[in-house]
Unconditional design. Structure first.
Length: 144
C-alpha cells in the first residue's frame, strides 16, 4: 500500500475505483463482447511488471482451458473471469497494491464451499506445475 498518510483512500484504491467506474460506464453502454473483455484483460496484463505479467498470463491460460464458459474481463482494473455477469475469480497483481505477493481470489459466486469455512483467496509468488494443477481444480470446482 501507499506510504503516504491520508485520512481517505490510498492512491492505489482511488486508481482502482476509477478503473471500476470506467468498466461500469462501458458496461452501461451495452454488454461488452467477449472479445472486447478479453482484449481489455490482456491489455492490463501487458501493463504489469514482468513477475506479475508472467503469472497473470499463465493464470489466463489455465482459466480459459479449465472453464472456457467464463467471460474474461477486467474488474477494478484487474484480470477477472465472470459467469452470468458475476465475477467468479480474479488476479490481484502484487505491484498494484505494493504487496509482497499476488493474489488469486474467488468471489461468493464461486462454488468453493467446504463446510462452514473455506478459503477464498491464495497468495502467489510463483507458479509451479503443482500450483497450476491446483488452480485448475479450484477454477473447475468454482464453476461447477
Amino acid at each position: 500500500m501507499s506510504t503516504k498518510k491520508t485520512n481517505g483512500f490510498t492512491d492505489e484504491e482511488r486508481a482502482a475505483m476509477k478503473e471500476r467506474a470506467k468498466e461500469l460506464k462501458a458496461e452501461a453502454r451495452g454488454k461488452k463482447a467477449r472479445a472486447e473483455g478479453e482484449a481489455d484483460l490482456l491489455a492490463k496484463i501487458a501493463e504489469m511488471p514482468k513477475s506479475d505479467r508472467v503469472m497473470a498470463k499463465r493464470l489466463h491460460e489455465i482459466v480459459k482451458a479449465t472453464a472456457p464458459d467464463l467471460t474474461p474481463r477486467t474488474w477494478y482494473g484487474m484480470p477477472a473471469y465472470a459467469k452470468d455477469d458475476k465475477i467468479v475469480c480474479f488476479f490481484q497483481p502484487a505491484d498494484k497494491w505494493k504487496a509482497r505477493y499476488a493474489t488469486l481470489g474467488f468471489n461468493d459466486s464461486a462454488k468453493l464451499d467446504e463446510g462452514a469455512m473455506w478459503p477464498t483467496s491464495w497468495a502467489l509468488t510463483e507458479l509451479s506445475a503443482a500450483d497450476e494443477k491446483k488452480i485448475g481444480e479450484l477454477v473447475k470446482k468454482a464453476v461447477s
